[in-house]
Design a protein around this ligand. Structure first.
Ligand code: CS2
Length: 525
C-alpha cells in the first residue's frame, strides 16, 4: 500500500498537497486580514431570490446585502437582539451550471477582491444560502419563488436576457425563448420563470415579492414590469392584471465595474485565504446603488450606501450614456487597436480625450435636467477606467453589443441628430462596432464577439458590397439594432461610411486623434 507523504516529489520539485476548499467549517481559520461575515451564514434565513448569479451580482447586491445584514445586526445588538436579519439569497443561474456548482461546493461562500490603488481588500461573502441551476432543479427555484418569506426578487440577466422588442419595449412574443417557454411545463427564460413565480403567489394568496431589476437598461423596473405583464397575458389575462395592480417593480441604477474572473483572481484568492476558492470575483472599490422608493421589507441597504430616490431617471441616464456608452465606445475602438483591457485602451494617446469629449459634448446634452455634477462624474469615470487594479476585458464589454448599442449610443445619437448637434465621437464608436463585426482588428487578428444577433450580423457582413459604404449599408439595415429611422437616414449612412473609411485608412488611433482634433468628418457629422 502506498504511504501518503505530506509532500510528493515530482520531477525533482516538491509538490504541495492540494489545498482544501473554502467552506463554512473553515471560516474561523481564515487569516486575520480576510474579512468574513460577522454572522453565521448557516443561520441565515432566506428572504431574497436572485436570478442570474454571475459575478456582478456577487460583487454588488450579494456583498451589499451582507454589509446591510451586519449593519442591522449591529443596531439590533444594541437593542439586545442577535439573530441575523432574514436576508439570505437563493442564487439561481438560468443558463450555465458552472458558477452555481462551484459555489455550492463551497457552501455558497466566495471571496470579493476589491482592488484599490496599491492594495486589495479580501472579503468572504456568506449571503448565498442556496444555489440553484434552474434547468437542473426547476422545482427548487419554483419553491423558492413561492416561499412567502421571499420578499424581494432581484435580477441581473444582462440586456440580452430581456426579450423585448427594442422599438416598443414590449415583449417580443415571437422570440425563440418565449416560444420555447410556451411549450414547457417549467419555463426557462428569466421572464417566464419570474411570471411563473408570481402566478404561484397569486394562486396561494400570498403577498408578491418586490421585483428589483439590476440590469443596465433605461427605466429598468418599468420595462421589466411591462415584459412580465405581456408574458402573463399570453396565457392568463387575469394574472397580467394582478401583476399590473399588485407587484412593485422599482427601477434601480447599479454601478460597480466587475470584470470576468481570471486565473489570477483565483490564484490571489488562494494566496489570501490559504484555501481554494473556485468562484472569487474581483471588483473596483467603487460601488453605487440608487433605488426607486418602494413599500415593503428589505435589507438595510440604506445603511451601507444605497440611496432611495423618487426618480431614478437622471441617475440611470447618466450611468447608461456616460459609463456604459463610454465603455462600449472605448471597447470597440480599443479592440480594433489590438488592446485587451479598458485600462490598456485608456493608455493609448487620444483615447482619454476622446472619451471625455464623447461624454461631455455628446452625451451630457442629452441627459434629463438634474443637479448632478456631470463634469465631475465624467472625470471620475476616466479615473475608474484607467485603474490597472482590475483587468476589464474589452471583449466582455463589447459582448452582446447589438443589444447594448440602442440604449448606450443610438438613443443619444437620435436626440443629437434631431437637435442638429454634431456627434462625431458617437458616430466613430458606431463605425468601430461595424468594423469589429466585420471581424478583424488592425493587425489582421480576428475579433470574435459573441452576440445574440451573431447569425444575422454575419449574414449582413457576408452579403455586404465591398468598401466602407457596403459595410455600413449592410449593418445599418439590421433594423433590430438601428430601427427603421436610422436605417433610412441617408446622411447618417454617409457619415458612418466616412468614419469607417477613416478607421480603415488611419486605424483607431488615427481616427480617435482626428475626432479629438475635430477633423474626423470635416464638420458634416
Ligand atoms: C459594462 C458594464 O460590460 C459592460 O457592458 O459597461 O458591465 C459596466 O462595467 C457596469 O455597468 C459598471 O457598473
Amino acid at each position: 500500500m502506498k504511504t501518503s507523504l505530506p509532500f510528493e516529489i515530482s520531477g525533482g520539485h516538491a509538490v504541495s498537497p492540494p489545498l482544501p476548499r473554502l467552506s463554512r467549517s473553515r471560516l474561523n481559520a481564515l487569516p486575520q486580514d480576510v474579512q468574513r461575515p460577522s454572522f453565521d451564514p448557516a443561520a441565515l434565513r432566506t428572504g431574497i431570490v436572485h436570478l442570474g448569479c454571475g459575478s456582478f451580482h456577487r460583487a454588488h447586491q450579494a456583498f451589499l446585502t451582507q454589509q446591510a445584514i451586519e449593519a442591522e445586526q449591529g443596531l439590533s445588538a444594541l437593542q439586545g437582539k442577535s439573530r441575523p436579519a432574514p436576508w439570505g439569497i437563493v442564487g439561481a443561474s438560468l443558463q450555465t451550471p458552472g458558477t452555481t456548482q462551484a459555489l455550492a461546493a463551497q457552501d455558497g461562500l466566495y471571496s470579493v477582491l476589491e482592488r484599490g490603488p496599491g492594495q486589495t481588500r479580501v472579503s468572504i461573502v456568506g449571503t448565498l444560502c442556496d444555489l440553484v441551476f434552474a434547468p437542473a432543479r426547476p422545482l427548487a427555484l419554483r419553491r423558492a419563488l413561492a416561499d412567502p418569506a421571499v420578499r424581494i426578487v432581484t435580477l441581473t440577466i444582462t440586456t440580452a436576457g430581456y426579450v423585448a422588442d427594442p422599438a416598443t419595449g414590449r415583449l417580443d412574443a415571437s422570440h425563440p425563448a418565449v416560444l420555447q417557454d410556451l411549450q414547457l411545463v417549467h419555463p426557462k427564460s428569466a421572464i417566464g420563470v419570474l411570471v411563473d413565480g408570481l402566478a404561484q403567489r397569486r394562486a396561494s394568496g400570498v403577498l408578491p415579492p418586490v421585483v428589483l431589476c439590476c440590469d443596465n437598461l433605461p427605466s429598468n423596473g418599468r420595462l421589466l414590469r411591462q415584459l412580465c405583464i405581456d408574458y402573463a397575458a399570453l396565457h392568463d389575462d387575469a394574472l397580467a392584471g394582478w401583476i399590473a395592480g399588485q407587484v412593485q417593480f422599482p427601477s434601480t441604477m447599479v454601478d460597480r465595474i466587475v470584470p470576468a474572473t481570471t486565473d489570477e483572481d483565483r490564484a490571489q484568492a488562494r494566496r489570501a485565504l490559504g484555501l481554494v476558492d473556485a468562484a472569487p470575483v474581483s471588483a473596483e472599490p467603487f460601488s453605487q446603488w440608487v433605488i426607486e422608493q418602494f413599500d415593503g421589507d428589505r435589507p438595510r441597504w440604506d445603511l451601507v450606501g444605497a440611496q432611495y430616490v423618487a426618480d431614478v431617471g437622471p441617475w440611470e441616464a447618466s450611468k447608461l450614456r456616460l459609463l456604459n456608452g463610454g465603455h462600449l465606445a472605448i471597447a470597440c475602438l480599443g479592440l480594433l487597436a489590438g488592446c485587451e483591457t479598458v485600462a490598456d485602451a485608456m493608455a493609448v494617446p487620444g483615447f482619454a480625450a476622446y472619451a471625455l469629449r464623447f461624454m461631455l459634448d455628446e452625451q451630457k446634452p442629452t441627459l434629463p435636467p438634474s443637479d448632478h455634477d456631470i463634469n465631475a462624474y465624467a472625470r471620475q469615470l476616466l479615473a475608474r477606467w484607467r485603474s490597472r487594479g482590475i483587468a476589464h476585458r474589452l471583449e466582455r464589454v463589447a459582448r452582446d453589443a447589438s443589444t447594448k448599442l440602442p440604449t448606450r449610443l443610438l438613443a443619444s445619437l437620435r436626440e443629437n441628430r434631431q437637435a442638429a448637434r454634431p456627434a462625431p465621437c458617437t458616430l466613430l464608436a458606431v463605425a468601430a462596432w461595424m468594423r469589429c463585426v466585420a471581424g478583424m482588428n488592425e493587425a489582421g487578428r480576428p475579433i470574435a464577439l459573441s452576440d445574440p444577433l451573431h447569425g444575422q450580423l454575419q449574414a449582413a457582413v457576408s452579403a455586404a458590397a465591398p468598401g466602407p459604404a457596403g459595410l455600413v449599408d449592410a449593418l445599418l439595415g439590421v433594423t433590430d439594432v438601428f430601427g427603421q429611422d436610422l436605417a433610412g437616414d441617408i446622411r447618417l449612412r454617409l457619415s458612418l461610411a466616412k468614419a469607417v473609411g477613416v478607421l480603415q485608412q488611419r486605424g483607431a488611433r488615427g481616427a480617435v486623434m482626428a475626432c479629438v482634433a475635430g477633423t474626423l468628418l470635416d464638420g458634416d457629422a
